[in-house]
Design a protein around this ligand. Sequence first.
Ligand SMILES: [Fe+2]
Ligand SMILES: [Fe+2]
Length: 188
Amino acid sequence: MARTNASSRSEVFEMLKEDHKRAKKSFRDFSKLEQEGDEQACQQLAVQTCKELQLHMRLEEEVFYPAARSGLEEEDLIEEAEVEHGSAKTLIEQLQTLSPDDPKFAATFTVLGEYIKHHVKEEEGEMFEQLGRSKIDWDGVLEEMLARRMELESELGLASEEADEQAAQAVPPEARGAAAPAQAKPAR
Ligand SMILES: [Fe+2]
Ligand SMILES: [Fe+2]
């Protein structure tokens, strides 16, 4: 299907909403793991979630927010969003200094989840809402976001699911599970 400016806009929103959904699920999963007392799983999930949030926030700050600004009726939504990102980043930095058996670890992660929930509500409810009526070159924004996302994924050590799938498909079936699988070629 040919890409139109409206379909690109939907794709941009979908990409960000997918991240939001994933983050919210991670915070719910964390609270379950915490109740079960699975400290190691809690830590792994927290580390992964923080990386994903860092990617998401940088993608928004570097590409999405600057593009969105001109399309908003209330431009200060961007300032508010950036302040909220600042608070989230501070909590992530604090988490990185805490040991997972410190009671503050789970508490800090839980508070981060509350912040993110509030922030996502404003983005989806107000920002995306206003941008739906704006005239922005969404094709250009989408291209830039896809490209930047790939760079950030490799910088933060977050391989995309798509890349994982492609890598799995690149291995011939007879080589899968073999004692000495061929080394994957490095991405160029
Ligand atoms: Fe977001
Ligand atoms: Fe955000």
